[in-house]
Design a protein. Sequence first.
Lengths: 203, 223
Amino acid sequence: MGEIETDANRLMALIKQGDEAAFVALYRCTQGKVFRYALQISGCRNCAEEAVQEVYMTLIRRPGMYDEKRGSALSLLYGIARNVVRRLMQQRQFRFRPLDDEQDRVSLAADGGETPYSRISKREQIETLREAILQLPVRYREVLVLCELQEMSYADAASAMRCRVGTVRSRLHRARDLLARKIKQSAEGSFAYGAEGTARGLL
Amino acid sequence: MNCREFQQDLQEFCRNELQDSRLHGKMLDHTAECRSCRDRFNQERTLLGALAALTQSMSNEAAPAHMEAELVRAFRESRSNRRTVPSQGASIWGLRLNRATLSTAAAFLILFGITLLAFRQGLQEKGTAQPDERAFAGVGESFSRQYSYESDFIDLGNYQAPDDWRGSQLLRVNLPRTSLLLFGLPMNADHADKMIPADVLVGQDGVPRAIRFVQTVEHNRTN
């Protein structure tokens, strides 16, 4: 268990007793993670801000909701954020911006490296990767973001997603496959788009 | 090592997390022999590198600074609300209180307050006069209305020796007309939403002993 997680667990117990300093400390050490998680899942800064606010307001309203037997404090925060982001995405009928910008394709196609993956080293390619993640189905995107980008353990990710560790493993494996295929397609300039900007064949 | 075995340990191999050095060596040998697995290995490693770069590029992303102040304010408000306004079923002094209990307690306190007020206004009289006489001695004179009684005094069940009226007092209160039904008295349904005056006989100890409902007859006094 990481230092932040240990601190978060300890702080959560103090927040139950109404300790404001503990709340501030918890917010400062975890808000960045929660914000980045929400941003990586939704691709929307407003959603991420709203999610952060909702997560900590939920904690304020129900300070006793943390139960260390059910997982770490970070898992709880990610779990709340996950629900909030899902709700926001449903409410806003979220559609991800497709990679239909000609400049994106040119930059990928003109690079001329040996493999498509070797091109993913510059800023443009990082943006391509970010968008490729956003085009993954939500259940694969969540597990990829939690385990790869947020560097959570499988057990904590399972706690946040309320599923079994085995499910996390299998979804992560599938998510990597899908992502690799998407990047390859992107690099080859062969993305196919649906009418509403959803990558066809990938959802 | 075959390709299937290679795939099973590929993730740990890419992350340099294989504990078994012999297995690590076998994986390396397999990548040298099998072009397909070598490509897969390169893809995975590049993907992991790209994900790490993405993580790094977003490491400074955070919620706006003003949010902390807003949340701290909400935290303080929530905490003060919890302290001052117990919610339904809140615990005070170890007792579980709900709204019904609090309402009953409030009603009791109001009645108690009325009683104390009457004491302080000097309505209590030393002596042995009958309560109904004393009621009008102090109060009735100033009214521009005359009263008749809807009922006799009804015992409320709090025993007091009949000859010990010292310190007792009558309180004139207004009650909903539906209160008549509680004591088995008839009520005109047309006036169900109106109030009816009643005299409450309160003992020296502040406990109500009896009640009498009063009819009002509106007319001006001639003298």
